[in-house]
Ligand binder design. Structure first.
Ligand code: UDP
Ligand code: MG
Length: 311
């Protein structure tokens, strides 16, 4: 068996409608590109026919295909991590199973990587084919991320069509965090990252695994995972609010001495108190996000469990 140059890593969760076309287009594109490759498909706890279908494709292309079956649904990023732990190639390429990242674009990433001697090449979606609200959420997400994590320079963090050199993958695998975000993690280790525009297609079948709640969680998670800015901001807000409250107390005290007791303005008082309470609650929530993350880490449960590797 020759060692592959490219390792394609694809997470799969309930994608039975798509897998046949994925298999066709992926093998055609990679065969045409002509570089030695392997494909690692990670079955992330699919409950449809995906597992059986993946094993069948492995039998069709035993030299190139490997299937990792996880012991449950651990989420897209940990599924990719499970795949990255097993690459044999010099360059790992991740993409979604649903063909929203066209496999024909893989060559573009590799060419860019080789031409610029990059260690990470991220794709950004040109002419993105998703619902308007998804694109709006992404825009917001990328804006917030750029503000909170200025070191993570990327146009489009949600684009999973990306290439990583083995040296970066090894560092990513070493960071045994309980939850992780592959593109952001890679940027922590990249020394010479590059970006290239890639095509994007609408999901032709199956359904998106991210609903609004999952997207909101994703936004919180990635920020608390890579940044302490929310805590610092909150401390700042706390300082400013305490100073203003202190001034208010002094002012009220002086008024009391000059004018005497006053009963009016109760609702203003309510408004101020409610504002202070809600700021307190917000702070608790932010601290809770970090405590939850610490809790996950100290439990030291395995991040994912591999049930079987078919190769
Ligand atoms: N996926 C996964 N585990 C999950 C959710 C998704 O492995 O728990 C895979 C899914 O099969 C697909 C990729 O992650 O290959 C992206 O998922 P999806 O297309 O649903 O996300 P979207 O494109 O809507 O962001
Ligand atoms: Mg998709």
């Amino acid at each position: 068996m020759t060692t592959p140059y490219l390792s394609i890593v694809i997470p799969v969760h309930n994608e039975q409608e798509i897998l046949p076309i994925l298999f066709e287009r992926l093998t055609a594109a990679l065969d045409a590109y002509g570089k030695a490759y392997e494909v690692i498909l990670v079955n992330d706890g699919s409950r449809d026919q995906s597992a059986v279908m993946l094993d069948a494709y492995q039998k069709l292309r035993p030299a190139e295909f490997r299937i990792i079956h996880l012991n449950g649904n651990f989420g897209q990023h940990l599924a990719i991590m499970a795949g990255l732990e097993h690459i044999r190639g010099e360059i790992a390429v991740t993409l979604d199973a649903d063909l929203q990242n066209p496999p024909e674009e893989i060559a573009k990433l590799i060419d860019k990587m080789e031409a610029g001697n990059h260690d990470v090449v991220g794709g950004y979606r040109m002419d993105r084919q998703d619902s308007a609200w998804r694109i709006a959420v992404s825009k917001m997400h990328n804006w917030v991320r750029a503000k909170f994590m200025p070191r993570l320079i990327m146009k489009d963090e949600g684009c999973m069509l990306r290439a990583y050199r083995k040296s970066v993958v090894e560092l990513m695998v070493l960071s045994q965090e309980a939850s992780t975000f592959i593109p952001a993690l890679a940027m922590m280790y990249a020394t010479n990252p590059g970006e290239v525009g890639v095509k994007h297609e609408a999901r032709s079948a199956g359904y998106s695994k991210y609903n609004l709640y999952a997207l909101i969680r994703y936004n919180f998670d990635i920020i608390t995972n890579f940044s302490l800015t929310p805590l610092h901001l909150f401390t700042l807000v706390g300082v400013v609010v305490s100073m203003l409250s202190g001034l208010l107390v002094v002012y009220m005290f002086i008024r009391r001495l000059i004018i005497g007791p006053e009963a009016d303005g109760v609702f203003t008082l309510f408004a101020i108190v409610l504002l202070l309470i809600s700021i307190g609650l917000l702070g608790l929530g932010i601290i809770g996000e970090y405590v939850g993350r610490i809790y996950q880490e100290v439990r030291k449960r395995p991040r994912f469990v591999i049930r079987q590797i078919v190769e």
